[in-house]
Design a protein around this ligand. Sequence first.
Ligand SMILES: [Zn+2]
Length: 115
Amino acid sequence: MIVDPNWRLWLSWLAVLLVLSSLGWGGLARGLSFLLLLFVLTPALVTLGLRWWLRRQLVAASCPVCGFAFQGVLRTQTQCPRCGERLQVTPKGFVRLTPPGIVDVEAVEIPESQN
Ligand SMILES: [Zn+2]
């Protein structure tokens, strides 16, 4: 369970609302409680929506080349952090961009020594 560290603030708000409603200022109390709900509910709903969207977009799988397990964003291209293989992220996992049997090699030119 997550305990809000600002619980004293929320208790003070609640006390203010109770006092206002007991004084007969029900309209003001309703307005303040509406604002309070707006400020509490909006970030909570945005956070929940973002988590739901991220859970749908993230794919956890292992690299088809080296077997390293990591996560990627759905329908994007990524690179394996261990072997550097370029991969396409699909709903079923990672797929190599280069066809099987082909070794993707990066050539590095080594300058002649000046000895
Ligand atoms: Zn890999």
